[in-house]
Design a protein around this ligand. Structure first.
Ligand SMILES: Nc1ncnc2c1ncn2[C@@H]1O[C@H](COP(=O)(O)OP(=O)(O)OP(=O)(O)O)[C@@H](O)[C@H]1O
Length: 254
């Protein structure tokens, strides 16, 4: 959908290696403004590790990750903070603080990174919770709501500071198909309303086909990416057996 949109994220010749253990080599990919980009591949191929590199939690052995041309891997101090400040991240667990209400969870990054007054914070928190369909749940504790609602609360916290790039690690993990579909719809809505660029690690085929504009396939065997492109196009035209097996749940293409 966004062939003409400017590149927002460029991963260039990235090697991910722990000591002598090669996770993936030579990853290059471009994510354009407003795209929903999926990192896919079998278990243990390095999807989450790539996401952790992209948000700056890990430093690559080789290669660069550029945001609007600025290399995150070499940025330091204020330059690095101004890059990472643009990121909203939703980890697999949702990672809410269990001893805080939903409102306190969403308020945390706002209190930490802005000098807004308490009434302003309260208003912003209510707005973010409403955006994810949790209006009126401000005073609930995470344990009092469903898994799908916890994911959405985590998402409200991830968008608290109006990020322009959203990262999701296995957002549908542990959700029933209906909650999972609802989360997909919400991701699409937020992309449209915030104008955000979205990077998602997932192996949920239904989600991949429903929301991805573009993707990369990391191969666990050769330890390098073997396919790029919109998943529906890969399903039709990608000659790689591993990609076909993944996208067809192991069924052979006729
Ligand atoms: N900090 C680390 N130190 C050493 N090895 C690591 C580290 N983090 C990840 N790995 C290894 O890197 C490989 C890729 O892990 P990763 O979690 O990125 O895979 P994944 O594709 O996200 O898997 P899954 O789909 O099962 O969640 C695994 O073999 C893992 O054990």
């Amino acid at each position: 959908m966004t062939a003409l949109a400017p590149p927002r994220i460029e991963v260039d010749g990235l090697d991910m290696i722990f000591d002598a253990y090669v996770v993936q080599r030579d990853i290059s990919m471009t994510v354009h403004q407003g795209e929903i980009f999926v990192i896919m591949g079998g278990s243990g191929c390095g999807k989450s590790t790539l996401l952790r590199h992209m948000i700056g939690l890990l430093t690559p052995v080789k290669g660069a990750i550029r945001y609007d041309g600025d290399n995150l891997c070499t940025a330091v101090g204020r330059d690095r903070n101004s890059l990472t400040r643009r990121f909203g991240v939703l980890f697999q667990s949702g990672a809410l603080w269990s001893s805080m209400t939903l409102a306190e969870n969403v308020a945390l990054p706002i209190r930490t990174y802005t000098s807004l007054t308490e009434p302003e914070i309260e208003e912003l928190v209510a707005l973010k919770l409403a955006l994810v369909g949790l209006r009126g749940f401000e005073d609930y504790m995470p344990a009092e709501i469903s898994g799908g609602m916890r994911k959405r609360a985590g998402l409200a916290r991830a968008i608290a500071l109006d990020p322009d790039i959203l990262f999701f690690d296995e957002p549908s993990a542990g959700l029933d198909p209906i909650s999972s579909k609802r989360l997909d719809d919400l991701i699409l809505e937020l992309r449209d309303s915030l104008g955000a660029t979205v990077v998602i690690v997932t192996h949920e085929l239904a989600s991949i086909f429903a929301i991805a504009d573009n993707s990369i396939f990391l191969d666990a065997e050769t330890r390098t990416p073997i396919a790029h492109g919109p998943p529906k196009a890969l399903l039709e035209t990608c000659p790689e057996p591993q990609v076909q097996a993944f996208l067809r749940r192991g069924a052979v293409k006729r």
